[in-house]
Structures are given as structure tokens and as C-alpha cells.
Design a protein around this ligand. Sequence first.
Ligand SMILES: [Zn+2]
Length: 389
Amino acid sequence: MGKILDYDEMNEILDGLDNKVIKKEKPIGYTYFGYPIDHYVYGHGKYHVIITGGTHSAELISNVFVIRFMEKLSKGEIKIDENYTLHFIPIVNPEGTIIVTSAIRSLISRDISLEEEQTYCLTYYRNSYIEGVYADKYGDRNYKLQQMMFRGATPLILDDKHYRLKEYLIDLFDKNNLPQGCMINWSSNGRGVDLNANIEYSSFINKVSNGEEMYAKLHLNNIRRDKLGPLGCPYFQKGKIERENEALLKFYNEIKSKYNYIGSFIYHSCGDIVYYLGEAKEKNPWINLTKDDESRNFEVAKTYADNAGYKLDGLEIYTTMDSKLKSLFPVTLLIELGSVRATPLSQFMDLDIGGDDAFRCVYSKIISNNIKAIIRTLEVMVKVYEKKF
Ligand SMILES: [Zn+2]
């Protein structure tokens, strides 16, 4: 097995975990096309924590990081002290993960060598970089090299077991004239809704309903955000929240009302940044943060950032699902894994060459630094929860 994992491989690993260490619970919900959003639990401690990955499916490293962390716990390679119960949702957006990893497998097969896998990741990174330069210089919305690497990835490559999703996507590609090869950039769910943008205060809602054309940036500037598709589109039907988000909100509420919920880690990629709820620049529509709340959020986020070697950012605009979770369920951190851009493949580069430290062992550093950071941060989450700092 390589570093890149597809949807089926993820589930193989998850199914193989020691169920005396990590227990599979019933799913927190099901997607529109019927896929379970699976929930796993580690530990029996009184302090409860939620860890999620893959809201944006193109940010594949976030699923892989969470799953590899669970695997290490299951094998006893890491132990977390008995004070904690960790709730894992390693695949928040199963449909998106199926789409993006099917695209990857259309070119990069499971059985290639680690060296070949590295070459693909590096090439993908370079091609995205070149397209970023073109977009910057000329603003062109032509074919993108990194999408052309995956030009064979049309909805037809989806396995027939995903036939409902497949048929829907065939229609969607046709109807919205989606760019060739863009399945490799799929961050949305199967209906083409960006789950993080799918909230009541999304800044895009009015623009979209007014029919304004909006494009993604840099190497993705041929993708429209105002139409259902790979990324950015806030709703399927105006005012409607997607099932993944409904399930997640219900789940957070349940954990918070039943237990001592002390915080959560939401994984995205990329940027090497820890986002937390700091000083409000505009009015928070869900809560009024006190100075005490702000310093608690800061304390926890800083512990994580210091241990992972990441930057801190406390600025917030309240236009995303994650900002809603950060507001309603303190202390929640959003962590952007990896310093190199161009998901889903660049974060799997793991070469121990090159002068620039940012490009050395990208993958290994993501895994080890973030595991260390979680373990240290848990202690501070408890301290802050018990207000003893
Ligand atoms: Zn993201």
C-alpha cells in the first residue's frame, strides 16, 4: 500500500482496526446517495474530543492523517491517557472522497512502487505550480496541466457499485459543462455542494442566486464556484443544509449535551496553519465571545501550533460551516495540514532531498508533527475546560 489511500483502502484499514481499542459505532448519518458517515471511538475517559477529516475531499491528506493516527492507536504504538474519549469521523464527505480517489486511481494504480508514487506527486505539484504562474500572469482559464494529468477521469470511471452517484455526475458534468479532468480537484459532496460553504451565512448565497459568475483562484481558475461542481458552491437548493452538515451538527450537539466535551480538531489542507476563534472582526451570528473565551481558544490553539510548528490565525469571518462549529462548540481548532499547496497529491510528497526545508519529507512531517501536537493539546484542552490556567 502506498501513502495515497483510496476510499476502499481507507475502509479496509478502518475495518482492520482492533475493535477492543477502537470501536465502530453506528454512523452519524447518511449522505444523499446513501453512504454512511462512519464514527469510531477510542477510550472511555470522561473528557470527550471530536476529530474529523475530509470535509473537503480533495484535501485527502486530512483523511489519511486521521486514519493513520487511528491505526497507531489501534496497534498500541501511541497511547492516550485514560482521561479521554476520542470520537473519530475520518471521512466526513464519503461521496467526495469516492470521486477524488477514483480520479487518482484512473492514473496512479494501487500496486506501483513508492518511488513512482512520489514522481506522480511531484509532477502534480509542479504542474499546479506552473498553472498558478499562468493564472497570475495571464489570467487564462484554459486547460490546466494538473487536470490534464487526469483527463481520463470522467464520471464513467466510477465503479458501477456507485451507480446512483455515477449517473448524477454524468448529468452534472454535461449540464454545468465542468472542465475535463476536474474530478481530481473534487472537494464538494456528490451533489456538487461545498460542505464548508453550505451554511446559512455563506457570503456566496446571494451572489449565486443573482447568477454572478465566480471562479476559483490560481491553478483552479477554470472552476466556477457559483455552479454545482468540484468546489465552492454553497447550496443545492437555496436555504437547504446538506445531510453531511446536518449529521455533523446533530452529532456535536449530542456529544456536548451528554458528556464533558472539551474540544475538537477539524482537519483541512493546506497551509501549516491553526485557525481558532479569536477576536471578532465582525459580529458573530451565533455567540458573543467573552475575553475569557478568547484567551481559552488562544491558549489551546497556541499549544497546537507550537508543537506542530504551524502558524496561528484567530481571524474569523462567519461564512463557513467550520466557523459555526468553532462558535458553537468551543474549543474547536481548524488545522490546515502541510505547507505545500495543490491538493490532493502534493501533501504525499516525501522526498528527503532539496535545499528548501518546506519540501523535505512533507508527508512524514505532517503525520508525526500533528500526532505530537494532538497529544500535547489534549492536556491543555482539559486545563482550559476546568478553567485552571
Ligand atoms: Zn478545506
